[in-house]
Ligand binder design. Sequence first.
Ligand code: TMP
Length: 249
Amino acid sequence: MEKIEQLYEGKAKKLYSTDDPDILWVEYMNQATAGNGEKKAQIEGKGSLNNHITSVIFALLKARGVNSHFVKRISDTEQLVRHMTMFPLEIIMRNTAAGSFATRYDVEEGTALKKPILEFCVKSDDLGDPFINDDGIVALGLATEDELAEISRQARAVNDALLDIFKAIDVQLVDFKIEEGKTSDGAILLADEITPDTCRLWDTKEGSGKIEHLDKDLFRRDLGNIIPAYEEILTRLKNLAAKEGVELD
Ligand code: TMP
């Protein structure tokens, strides 16, 4: 497989075409951003950790019947994925009140939610990823009614599977963001990444009473170095994969 030309550079990844039109080449970068790019840093080792973490998560999801665009990891910082046309949506699932939800409704962070909440934002840096509801998505043609129903079904299935995965490694899955796309043959699939950059992950192992963040809130809120936290997540996920007999590259 050959990398041909750069198609896109995001905040944390670069995307390249390959000699196979159905396959894209993804490179994970060390850049960390927060607040729609207002805060920015280069963090040595982050790209490699996220590339490994998302690869293990996609494998663990597959073992639970949840498919994704992931094909294979090809180096420390690179992976191959299926070429998708992305829906311009940030799909957020929340199990516990935190972040912008806690602020918006003045709910204490850590409050358990009586049911998981599925939220959508329009993916637009210029607009600051504004919140949108189901009718808005269909009205603006961002997805059809049927596509939205499938995206929502998959988001809830991803949440169920991720809750199972993180519970098994003593981590509370507070909330997360995913993206979905369509393959050239019209199948809707989970895409992008699932990493501590895109999830809130609280350690339930220590039992110190205070929240131990194992995610990008360490960077967003200046709480500490993300690298040991991301390493801890990767180690626990790899141990789970080994225990479950899930093959990794
Ligand atoms: P929020 O509480 O800031 O809305 O974030 C909810 C979850 O979604 C949290 O785990 C972080 C993740 N997220 C992203 O990965 N990218 C984004 O652009 C946003 C807004 C949230």
